[in-house]
Write a protein that binds this ligand. Structure first.
Ligand code: S3P
Length: 434
């Protein structure tokens, strides 16, 4: 399936984008391990979260739904999972695989984890290393890539692990293994990353201590079922924040968006660039802060992106690069080497697409320099990465001609219905093929 985009237009009206991907994965995982029944509303019915749901069904957890974002998880308790009897296929989902590694390392049974071509090219050594230190036995394909074989029946030991990179997936993996470990597991972060695991564990009644950049828990406790309302995903809202910012005449309201401070780097960065973004009706829902966000067109200027904002906006950079391409002056990003190991090498994939549109840019090892200017037209390769596809779709709002974005099926991993929702508020998008 490809996107075809006619140039120009403005974004107007109201939208509620689908549920948060990170929170949806975690809701299934913790709901499955809890005692009792957890009801989840606003669940992301995207392929990534559905792959996690299917994995827990394969391990004997009864899960009803999703029906219109509602899921009911009948928890089996900390020791109630059953051997799946076949490899668990996590599709495209790095979060699903890395968090599951932690959870499965402490089970009584063996498991195999696999995924699609993109996931099978992503580094898993970053989770295998701390888990091995905890006593896990995990085999991988060459270079620490999936598929992974996890031997069960190992008694894990809590450790103190200094994360070598700012990664919420690695932190969460260690904490989830820590649930099954003897003694205390402590993780030190080099910089704050999304804290949904910590918040949700507490919501399920599990004590987690956060002390500056140290997070720790003691193994051997239990989880109590609870109800979860998943906010709209700020990472999906980002395409509209950028789209409305760059398109003259835009005025858009994004409803019920998660604004957890470990996720709002994109708002900070866009505001530094001059964006007109206002948070309205701020409230807390199920332990996560939420707001409606109004965004109106404003002229943007290039900036040096503050390095401390990088982990807080890590999934939003493809769209931020489009904002930079439409800004006056130069935008410089450093400290974002992690972008090279996402669903694609997002620095290389974005640079290639910006080249196609005639946007001057220079690739750095750990970032990029983008000189804002006019956007042309052309055919964009997505490398099967959902966020590359949606970023170039919104670029059309300021393009000089038609943009074709090739191979957009993966958009359904995080944002099913993107084209319809975006068309409804003014993006001139249609689909071909598929
Ligand atoms: C996620 C953490 C981030 C992010 C990913 C979701 C999570 O990955 O890019 O989309 O839910 O914990 P890293 O931990 O690799 O930075």
């Amino acid at each position: 399936m490809h996107f075809k985009l006619q140039p120009g237009g403005a974004l107007k009206g109201e939208v509620r984008v689908p549920g948060d991907k990170s929170i949806s994965h975690r809701a299934i995982m913790l709901g499955a391990l809890a005692e009792g029944t957890s009801r989840v509303e606003g669940f992301l019915e995207g392929e990534d979260a559905l792959a996690t749901l299917a994995a827990f069904r394969a391990m004997g957890v009864a899960i009803e739904g999703p029906v219109a974002g509602s899921v009911t998880v009948h928890g089996v308790g900390m020791h109630g999972l059953q051997a799946p009897g076949k490899p668990l296929d996590l599709g495209n989902a790095g979060t699903g695989m890395r968090l599951l590694c932690g959870l499965l390392a402490g089970q009584a049974f063996d498991t195999e984890l696999t995924g699609d071509a993109s996931l099978c090219s992503r580094p898993m050594g970053r989770v295998i290393e701390p888990l091995t230190k905890m006593g896990a036995d995990i085999r991988s394909a060459a270079g620490g890539r999936p598929p992974l074989s996890i031997r069960g029946g190992r008694q894990l030991q809590g450790i103190h692990y200094d994360l070598p990179m700012a990664s919420a997936q690695v932190k969460s993996c260690c904490l989830l293994a820590g649930l099954y470990s003897a003694g205390r597991t402590t993780v030190t972060e080099p910089a704050p990353t999304r804290d949904h695991t910590e918040r949700m564990l507490r919501g399920f009644g599990y004590p987690v201590e956060s002390n500056g950049n140290e997070i720790s828990l003691r193994g051997g406790g239990g989880l109590r079922a609870c109800d979860i309302e998943v906010p709209a995903d700020i990472s999906s809202a980002t395409f509209f924040l950028v789209g409305a910012s760059i398109a003259p005449g835009s005025d858009l309201l994004l409803r019920h968006v998660g604004i957890n401070p470990t996720r709002t780097g994109v708002i900070t960065i866009l505001q530094l660039m001059g964006a007109d973004i206002t948070l309205l009706n701020e409230r807390e829902v199920g332990g996560e802060p939420v707001a409606d966000i109004r965004v109106r067109h404003a002229p943007l200027r290039g900036i040096e992106i503050p390095v401390e904002q990088v982990p807080l906006a890590i999934d939003e950079f493809p769209a931020i690069f489009i904002a930079a391409a439409c800004a006056r002056g130069r935008t410089v990003l450093h400290g974002a080497g992690e972008l090279r190991v996402k669903e694609s090498d997002r620095i290389a994939a974005m640079a290639e697409g910006l080249d196609t549109l005639g946007v001057c840019n220079e690739v750095l090892d750990d970032g990029i320099v983008i000189d804002g200017g006019e956007l042309g037209s052309g055919v964009i390769a997505t490398y099967h990465d959902h966020r590359i596809a949606m970023s170039f779709a919104i670029a059309a709002l300021r393009a000089g001609g038609e943009i074709t974005v090739r191979d957009c099926d993966h958009v359904a991993t995080s944002f099913p219905g993107f084209d319809e929702l975006a068309r409804g508020v003014g993006l001139r998008i249609s689909t071909t093929g598929g």
